[in-house]
Design a protein around this ligand. Structure first.
Ligand code: C2E
Ligand code: MG
Ligand code: MG
Length: 766
């Protein structure tokens, strides 16, 4: 609603509000001034005052009244809107307005107040100062609206004499300037905190330099420009640059900086380093960042305008935050080094190798075809442990360093060399360069250690990445499998992993997991194969044989799962259960009237050598009440050959319990006679292959015959296993073998079937 502005009533005549026809024409309604939005305060050259009023006279009188006035050494600049709607539109594009002189009553009686809400709440312009004006005192807004909407002043137009208007606007401008400085400071501080946090996430000096320069530029209100340099042992190096300093990284700044950025920058930089403090030179600035670990840093930045006191204060905070950040980065760098490099040889370690393997595999594009011909070779030093023990660890360390040095120096530079374990190195890269022949040739010349020539050989395990599935860790595991295979075959040789090996091993791992819960799930049970007297065919005992039927009804052969149970140590628990179960079955058979019946139980090496074995055995006997003299333990011949002294002691303890011992699969190992005598075993079981041989090969009965002879000479009982036909039985009997076990007599069977079978045999033979 238009309101006429009445002449001032102040004592000063110049204080009158004057209406001048020649007043400068107000800018078009809603007109945009041609300037960048939200300039830093330091770059603004005038204070912008927006006049919102539906009375054209008010626009002209206001601009006239305030014409030529300066606040804080800057002139006022006016923007005009003739309605609340026009003001909204203008404000949407013009963020840098210091003061709004706002008519309350326009399109609606409270259009002005609505506009204020829009400015504060919707546009979020909290710094702009607002002076409400109204022609009619009756339209005064509520007090709480003035407070809530942060309105600076409320005046009737009649109150606003020239001097009062000036005072109100000047006070509002000052207020705005302080609010802006505070906001800029707050934004600057937020930025600094973010800069510190961001530094920790960056990788590489270039990124760090970029971040520092961009953040500094934001605080200065200019485009990113300049360089970040590090001083390391007196040497200056450009870490990275922006703007005119871009592409300077890596070089010594003396040459480039002066040349590319100008002498002044170079001079500021040197001053900052010399004085270990920020250097504000004409047209340029050098920030100094002290470092804790023998390195310090400085950023040289060309200046587009003088730096305000507020910005200087912010830069000081920025410098200390960045210094801490750079220190942390150094620390992280060193931790990184410790995490990814071997301290002794300074080669990348296993962790780093897996990373590089992963990268190589990923670069070759997922699974299947990993890197056209990339090969991973594990290089294991032969007999390193022995020489380490014999000549001392100092010697061993020197040898490792020498080997690392030779691999690094002599292999093609494109190949990646790492140390993955004590005496194991890895070579990764192009299969044409990374061959067993190349690597073996590096070990032809002796290594000179402490003035001695030391000849070292190596065994290699290889994996071709393009024939391999899975990630880096998997490739390394497979190379390890190949290496183990190579070592088992021949020292100084090599073995290449094949896909088939992987499948087999994964299958075994799967089986091991499945076996773990098999006992609780009652998937394991025992079958019993009768043993008979060859002359009468009367049963005298049975061998307990372990069976595994998985949840899906598959029978896993013992030859497959028992080695896994042994390898994983599960056999200790499973074997304990077998012993108890077989003893319990023995008691049931005895209860059925077979009091002379013997139960044979197979015992694995891992189980037998377990410190608790004798306790487990005694436990099984006492728990079930089984008489020890009717229990026989079968140990294999190969097992009897290992560590004979220890085994003899073990067997002594076992025999004290009263159980007897049979040597299973006899004839396959290399038992010496004296050895056998010392072991004090009770029975020899002729291995099935020699029983088959009796009728199946030209060599005939030679070995079976020998074993029978041996038994007789040593006073040991002998049993033939795997007897499948009548002829075998007859020959064995003729050779003097008293006992037998085999499909000819009975297959392994369940406990009820065994009892039934025994009853049948009893009827037949009595
Ligand atoms: P082993 O102790 O030599 O057991 C004899 C194997 O020969 C059994 O195989 C049996 O079924 C098989 N057999 C018996 N008579 C004949 C025959 O006439 N012809 C043929 N071709 N085979 C015959 P099985 O049950 O598959 O057991 C294989 C091996 O697994 C056993 O050889 C033994 O070393 C091991 N094993 C079985 N049960 C246990 C156990 O509870 N603990 C341990 N540690 N090992 C066990
Ligand atoms: Mg056996
Ligand atoms: Mg056997």
């Amino acid at each position: 609603m238009p309101a006429s502005i009445t002449p001032g009533v102040g004592p000063d005549a110049r204080d009158d509000l004057v209406f001048l026809d020649e007043a400068p024409a107000p800018a078009q309604t809603g007109q945009r001034a041609d300037r960048q939005p939200s300039q830093p305060l330091s770059q603004q050259t005038s204070w912008r005052v927006l006049i919102v009023d539906d009375d054209a006279d008010v626009h002209s009188t206001t601009t006239f009244a305030l014409a030529g006035l300066e606040v804080l050494a800057r002139p006022l600049e006016f923007l005009h809107a003739r309605s609340a709607a026009a003001a909204r539109e203008l404000l949407a594009h013009e963020p840098d307005i210091a003061v709004i002189l706002l008519d309350v009553v326009m399109e609606q009686p409270d259009a002005g107040l609505h506009l204020v809400r829009h400015i504060r709440a919707t546009l979020g312009m909290v710094d702009v100062r607002i002076i409400l004006r109204t022609g009619q005192p009756g339209y005064a807004p509520e007090m709480d609206a003035i407070r809530d909407l942060d309105i600076n002043d409320y005046r009737t137009k009649s109150e606003l004499t020239r001097s009062k208007l000036y005072t109100a606007v000047a006070a509002a401008v000052r207020c705005y300037q302080q609010l802006r400085a505070l906001s800029a400071g707050r934004a600057g501080l937020e930025r600094i905190v973010e800069a510190g946090a961001e530094l920790m996430t960056l990788q590489g000096p270039r990124e760090v330099a970029r971040s520092v320069l961009v953040q500094a530029a934001a605080l200065l209100g200019q485009q990113p420009d300049g360089v970040l340099c590090a001083r390391d042992g007196g040497q200056l190096r450009v870490l990275g640059g922006e703007g005119s300093g871009r592409d300077l990284e890596g070089g010594p700044p003396e040459v480039h900086v002066d040349h590319r950025l100008g002498d002044r920058i170079g001079a500021s930089l040197r001053r900052a380093f010399d004085q270990q403090a920020a250097a504000f030179g004409p047209g340029c600035l050098a920030l100094y960042f002290p470092g804790k670990s023998g390195r310090d840093f400085a950023a040289a930045i060309p200046l587009r305008q003088p730096v305000s006191e507020g910005a200087r204060r912010l830069l000081r905070v920025f410098t200390s935050v960045v210094s801490v950040g750079l220190d942390n980065l150094e620390l992280v760098g060193r931790l990184n080094n410790a995490a990814f490099f071997d301290r002794l040889t300074r080669l990348p370690n296993r962790t780093r190798l897996v990373e590089v393997l992963d990268e190589t595999i990923a670069a070759a594009g997922g699974s299947g075809a990993h890197g056209p011909d990339s090969t991973l070779t594990l290089v294991d030093l032969d007999h390193f442990a022995a020489s380490n023990d014999a000549l001392g660890h100092g010697f061993g360390d020197l040898l490792l360093v020498a080997v690392a040095e030779r691999l690094r120096a002599k292999l093609h530079p494109r190949l990646f060399v790492a140390r993955v374990g004590g005496d194991t190195f890895a070579v990764l890269g192009d299969g044409a360069l990374n061959t067993p022949a190349t690597i073996h040739s590096l070990f032809e010349a002796p290594f000179s250690i402490d003035g001695h020539d030391v000849q070292v050989s190596s065994t290699l395990g290889l994996v071709r990445l393009n024939e391999h599935d899975g990630g880096g860790a998997n490739a390394l595991k497979d190379a390890d499998i190949a290496l183990k295979r190579a070592k088992a075959q021949r020292r100084g040789g090599h073995f290449t992993f094949s896909r088939g090996m992987g499948v087999e091993i994964r299958e075994r791992v799967r089986m091991m997991h499945a076996l773990r819960g098999a006992l609780e799930r009652r998937e394991l049970f025992l079958a019993y194969q009768p043993q008979v007297d060859l002359s009468t065919h009367r049963p005298f005992g049975a061998e307990a044989l372990l069976r595994w039927r998985t949840a899906d009804g598959k029978n896993v052969p013992p030859d497959r799962f028992i080695p896994i149970a042994e390898y994983s140590g599960l056999i200790v628990e499973i074997g304990g259960w077998v012993l108890r179960e077989a003893c319990a079955e023995l008691m049931r058979i005895r209860a059925a009237g077979y009091l002379d019946f013997t139960m044979s139980v197979n015992v694995s090496q891992a189980q037998f050598r377990h410190p608790q074995f004798v306790d487990v055995l005694c436990g099984a006997l006492s728990e079930t009440g089984a008489p020890a003299q009717y229990l026989e333990l079968e140990i294999t011949e190969s097992m009897a050959m290992e560590e004979p002294q220890q085994l003899a002691e073990m067997l002594g303890q076992v025999k004290c319990t009263g159980v007897s011992i049979a040597i299973d699969d006899f004839g396959t190992g290399f038992s010496s006679l004296s050895h056998l005598q010392r072991l004090k075993v009770d029975r020899l079981k002729i291995d099935r292959t020699f029983v088959t041989e009796i009728t199946g090969s030209a060599r005939g009965s030679s070995i079976a015959e020998m074993v029978i002879q041996l038994g007789r000479n040593l006073g040991l009982s002998v049993i033939a296993e795997g007897v499948e036909d009548e002829r075998q039985a007859q020959i064995l009997h003729a050779l003097g073998c008293p006992l037998a076990q085999g499909y000819l007599f009975a297959r392994p069977m369940s406990p009820p079937a065994l009892l039934e079978w025994l009853d049948g045999q009893l009827e037949r033979t009595t």
